[in-house]
Design a protein around this ligand. Sequence first.
Ligand code: GAR
Length: 195
Amino acid sequence: MAMPTLGILGSGTGSNMQAILDAIEAGELEARIALVLSDNPNAAILERAREKGIRAEVIDCRGHLMKFPEEAQQEMARRLRDAGVDLVCLAGFMRLVKRPLLDAFPSRILNIHPSLLPAFPGLEAWRQALEAGVLESGATVHLVDAGMDTGPILGQERVSVFPDDTPQTLHARIQLAEHRLYPEMIGRYAAQLNP
Ligand code: GAR
């Protein structure tokens, strides 16, 4: 696929979305971001996208804090399809994606996770790594399946853990790796897909 159209899903700051956009603008990633969707109306990712002229919308999860209701997933799939999205990139999206969305984009949903999977799936993986006392952690890009951070791994970057690290310093170092890894893996994965 020469020039994939991306849809980005995020719940937070949006630094990975920004890294993808920067790579596109620098000519390092041949892609276009058509739509950014968030389950959190206050997420900075929405404002960040709009400042760059990218369509950014909220998906109403009907007051559920963690659950990703089926209707919300159907609505998300519809909006992504209508926007002509080829690849869906989760970038700090904090709900578990299930069938309605997975079926709409089979093998077309990617995620970035802040650990060397399969180690430390789930929330605050950088904190889990510190608590486990590992000397190395990192970032993983993988395809999304119905499990929690369990899909096939596309690529990883290693990051050292230092004795004086706090959750914040380790997460910041992992994020630098994420920002290099994610655009590169999106480009590589898209290149091996049929048009
Ligand atoms: C990133 O570190 C990402 O790996 C993590 O959330 C952060 C979002 O940052 N995702 C997960 O933990 C998903 N399990 P961002 O909004 O600045 O891209």
